[in-house]
Design a protein around this ligand. Sequence first.
Ligand code: NAP
Length: 192
Amino acid sequence: MPLAALTAWQTLVDTAHVRAGQRVLITAAAGGVGHFTVQFARHLGAHVIATAGAARHAWLKELGADETIDYTTTRFEDAVSGVDVVIDLVGDAHDRTGTRSLKTLRRGGLLVAVPAGVSPELAHAAEAAGVRVTPYLVEPDGAALATIAGLIDAGKVTVEVEETFPLEQAGAAHARVEAGRTRGKIVLTVAD
Ligand SMILES: NC(=O)c1ccc[n+]([C@@H]2O[C@H](COP(=O)([O-])OP(=O)(O)OC[C@H]3O[C@@H](n4cnc5c(N)ncnc54)[C@H](OP(=O)(O)O)[C@@H]3O)[C@@H](O)[C@H]2O)c1
């Protein structure tokens, strides 16, 4: 929670100042950060557009996505426009999602480049497109964590744990995460 949920919260609330009615595009929406971002964006009253493999679409709609895009068959920039805020959780290093997402933004819209910051090329492309781009780095924030915990305790936000490993199998857990297909989070348990 202090990493994944706080990242989701800070990108939407503190960095992008998302308001009700805004259109928010979230890439890698089914992952650890993504599934919180979908739920918080919905909680803020945004129109949520989520990219994920088709097997995750029904679940993401339960979490609050209004639209889902299968990134394995559809280029999201061909399907979405007029977006106010992009929370990019894939990044230019993998699928060039940062640069590609600039096309989906309305003039003056904001891309929050979460995985690897903003390269000079990305900054230049954003300026040329008339949109904004910002890097992001998670910071400790006890007050925000308390707010998030309240939402979870109230049943308004759920924490998805795809699989649990004992600590002795930490290597297998890492391999699982590195495959890049995680639904929600992977948990390591420590024996008493
Ligand atoms: N800047 C910061 O402070 C900060 C903080 C936290 C995290 N991060 C970064 O944020 C990124 C996301 O972290 P995470 O923990 O959420 O990752 P994760 O849980 O490992 O993400 C896994 C998800 O990514 C999806 N995915 C993979 N490639 C995709 C693509 N091309 N398009 C759409 N979805 C795709 C997969 O969906 P399918 O299974 O459907 O394929 C899977 O559900 C990482 O790069 C992480 O390092 C940065």
